[in-house]
Design a protein around this ligand. Structure first.
Ligand code: ATP
Ligand code: MG
Length: 206
């Protein structure tokens, strides 16, 4: 497989989508073939599953939630990510398996190992070549979410303890896989975050 899979991770409001847009523009300006996709979503089935899993009016228990994310991921990987990588494109994913490990594994308490297993099945074992983890303190995160002013979705309604467990899990995942997961200071200005991200992925670029 010639392409590269780069995933962007971190808690809600840390700046993932901002960085994905910046990185995509930067790679395009270097004439590198790049496609940016978000999770859950990116293809029709996964976008519909996204609406379901984020709907605050639905009851979704922790196991169902983990499986919905995994199902959305399975379709995204099979329908577009693998074909794009085979074409030699760089795929930027706004969230991937680490999000499920942190949110469902740690946040919901299903256990990292159990969630890793269903995601290994869902993704057919496709892992990221490089992961950029945007690390941000809780206060700044809350500020940014407040400024954005959107209604909270079902996941965002989970309490502070949930996000604290997810944050700890992200830190532990990064410590366990320092080769793959690059920790970026998400409190820095957008241009500085982008520069650090480009530096982190530089060895993957031609
Ligand atoms: N480095 C930064 N410094 C200051 N503000 C930022 C920075 N990056 C993003 N923001 C702002 O913070 C808010 C959240 O950013 P963004 O939507 O990119 O986060 P996200 O991680 O994609 O959130 P979500 O997980 O909810 O999709 C936005 O209003 C954005 O403009
Ligand atoms: Mg986003």
């Amino acid at each position: 497989m010639a392409g590269r899979l780069i995933t962007i991770e971190g808690l809600d409001g840390c700046g993932k989508s901002t960085l994905v847009a910046g990185l995509a523009a930067e790679l395009e300006s270097r004439s590198l073939p790049v496609t940016a996709l978000r999770e859950p979503g990116g293809v029709q089935l996964a976008e519909r599953l996204r609406d379901l899993v984020k709907d605050p009016s639905l009851q979704v228990n922790a196991r169902a939630e983990a499986l919905i994310y995994a199902a959305a991921r399975a379709q995204l990987v099979g329908e577009v990510v693998l074909p794009l990588l085979e074409e030699g494109r760089c795929v930027l994913l706004d969230r991937y398996i680490d999000s499920s490990l942190a949110y469902q594994g740690a946040g919901r308490g299903l256990g990292i190992e159990a969630v890793a297993q269903i995601n290994d099945f869902a993704s057919g074992g496709l892992g990221a070549d490089c992961t950029l983890y945007l690390r941000l303190d809780a206060a700044t995160r809350a500020e940014r979410i407040g400024e954005r002013g959107e209604a909270a979705d079902r996941l965002e309604l989970a309490g502070d303890d949930f996000f604290a467990r997810a944050a700890t899990a992200y830190d532990e995942l990064a410590a366990a896989e320092p080769q793959r997961i690059h920790v970026l200071d998400a409190a820095a200005a957008p241009a500085a975050v982008l520069a650090a991200a480009i530096e982190a992925i530089s060895e993957l670029l031609p």
